[in-house]
Write a protein that binds this ligand. Structure first.
Ligand SMILES: [Zn+2]
Length: 84
C-alpha cells in the first residue's frame, strides 16, 4: 500500500486518495487539429520510472495534489498542492 504525505493532512494511506491521471500532459492549442486532440484524450504513456501524477485526497482535505512517484518501486519523491 502506498503512503502519501499530503501537505495539508500529513502521511495517509493510499485508500484515502483517488488517482486522477498524468500530471505531465499538456492540452493542445485550440487550433492543433483533431489528431492532436485524439492523442491527448485517448493515448497514454506507460512509463517505467519517475512519473508526475494527479491524486485527489477525497478522504481528507479534498485537495488536488501533484505527486512524483516511481512506477516500479512506488517510491514517492515529492507531493505538492496543485495550486503551489
Ligand atoms: Zn489532504
Amino acid at each position: 500500500m502506498l503512503r502519501i504525505r499530503c501537505p495539508h493532512c500529513g502521511e495517509r494511506d493510499e485508500v484515502e486518495f483517488r488517482y486522477r491521471g498524468d500530471a505531465g500532459r499538456v492540452r493542445p492549442a485550440s487550433d492543433a487539429g483533431l489528431g492532436a486532440f485524439n492523442s491527448y484524450v485517448f493515448e497514454r504513456e506507460n512509463p517505467r520510472g519517475w512519473h508526475l501524477e494527479w491524486w485527489l485526497h477525497v478522504g481528507g482535505c479534498r485537495r488536488l495534489l501533484k505527486v512524483s512517484r516511481h512506477t516500479v518501486t512506488h517510491e514517492i519523491a515529492d507531493v505538492k498542492d496543485a495550486e503551489a
